[in-house]
Design a protein around this ligand. Structure first.
Ligand code: PLP
Length: 426
């Protein structure tokens, strides 16, 4: 950001600070050119929560579903989706999640659709933790039942699907991405809506500008969801380093998977995931609680967080305000999953330190999975782990930050952890 003084001075000179200005237009065009391939299919927003609210409202109004009551979504997601639905006067209808990829469970979802389809105003799938979900299936459901779909892909900007396309590309339903500080593509606060249907993007652009479908004249429901020129300038700069950021985070994720044999990981559905954290589930042999594990990691200077706990059925505000299928997988996963740090400036040695700490705390034998170290390496490692301090990490999330961070040992052998959730029936 400090390198952008010149660009910011240009904004000041131009006198245009918002209202879909030139920097914003450049960013939208760049996303269309580099990711989605079709002109006029992207509109920016001030954040993804407001984008969810706008797209849900638009779906309900445009498709004449004002009488329907529910927004169908998985229980294992961030509060924003349920909050956005509530602002549009919908009741979140919660389905369970799949034990392998942690996105909506098809059976639970289809059970709720079969029972309630006349009352479902919108379906809001979540592309969990930047993973991809099967958009063709949702398109089929949408046509079959005539229910609009809005995809919460908050963490997926830069993820590539199984065919190597940007996640969402070609989708005729709005796909919402977040550029919040905690996401892999970050401008502080910001959002992106992509939709292959240009008429939808045109409407959302007007809705996000007070519903002005004619000059300074409200012709539809509206609010103000515009991204500032300053944020768009940061976004353009981020776009240039985005590939490098995501690829490095993918290397870090692969190293975690190799370094934590016996741990459970999310099943990946695409060929590249935009990681904003590394979600893992400890092996059954770990008998402590997740809070104890987080506290023990914090004592080592490693910031880890619980995700999504509480889940949507558990937030005090939402209890009694949602309708829910049974949630055995969500209940189990949300109590156990742990988000480890994953950001591009982490070195391999830092990742190894986190794995070592986890093995020590959880009583897994590191010697079994790592080549033994020379005595000198051991001493150096100990010194280095003493030098690991609890520093406020990037994005306000505490993260390990070693003072001396040179890789000291060869990478551990690539032993993949288990995929999915053992012991939980789908
Ligand atoms: C981050 C996130 C959001 C909210 O995005 P903001 O840009 O912070 O409003 C919504 N849903 C999910 C699943 C998220 O991870």
């Amino acid at each position: 950001m400090s390198a952008m003084a010149e660009a910011l001075a240009r904004i000041e000179d131009s006198g245009t600070f918002t209202n879909y200005g030139p920097m914003n237009t450049r960013f939208e065009r760049a996303l269309e050119d580099r990711m989605f391939g079709t002109p006029d299919t992207v509109v920016t927003t001030c954040n993804a929560t407001i984008a969810l609210l706008l797209t849900i409202k638009d779906a309900v109004v445009t498709r004449g579903r004002q009488r329907a009551r529910y927004a169908l979504m998985p229980a294992f997601t961030f509060a924003a989706a349920a909050q956005a639905a509530e602002w549009v006067r919908l009741t979140p209808l919660l389905c369970d999640i799949d034990p392998a990829d942690w996105a909506a469970c098809a059976r639970s979802e289809e059970r709720l659709i079969a029972r309630h389809h006349a009352d479902i105003a919108v379906i809001v799938p979540y592309a969990t933790f930047g993973n991809c979900v099967d958009l063709d299936r949702y398109d089929w459901i949408s046509r079959r039942y005539d229910i609009p779909v809005v995809i919460d892909a908050a963490a997926s900007l830069g993820s590539l699907d199984g065919e190597g396309k940007a996640f969402g590309k070609g989708c005729r339903h709005p796909v919402i991405f977040s550029m919040h500080a905690t996401k892999a593509f970050s401008v502080g606060e910001g959002g992106v809506v992509y939709c292959e249907d240009r008429a939808t993007i045109r409407r959302l652009r007007d809705m996000g500008n007070f519903g002005f479908g004619a000059p300074r004249t409200a012709t539809m429901p509206g609010l103000n969801s515009k991204l500032t020129e300053m944020a768009a300038t940061v976004a353009l700069a981020q776009l240039d380093r985005h590939e490098g950021v995501i690829n490095r985070r993918e290397e870090i994720a692969a190293r975690y998977r190799a370094g934590l044999p016996g741990w459970t990981f999310q099943r990946r559905n695409g060929i590249r995931q935009a990681n904003s954290l590394m979600p893992v589930v400890p092996p059954d042999q770990y008998r402590g609680t997740r809070s104890e594990l987080i506290a023990a990691l914090a004592a080592d200077g490693i910031g880890a967080m619980a995700y999504f706990s509480p889940h949507l059925g558990e937030h005090p505000h939402l209890v009694g305000r949602v309708v829910s299928d049974t949630l055995p997988v969500t209940d189990s996963l949300s109590k156990r999953v742990l988000g480890l740090p994953n950001w591009e400036e982490m070195t391999d040695a830092m990742v190894d330190d986190v794995c070592d700490a986890l093995h020590r705390i959880c009583g897994t034998d590191t010697a079994a999975v790592r080549p033994s170290l020379s005595r000198m390496d051991q001493i150096a490692r100990q010194e280095r782990s003493i030098a690991v301090v609890l520093a406020p990490g990037r994005n306000g999330v505490p993260a390990a930050e070693p003072l001396a961070a040179q890789p000291l040992s060869p990478p551990p052998p690539a032993v993949a952890g288990r995929e999915g959730m053992p012991g939980v029936a789908p």
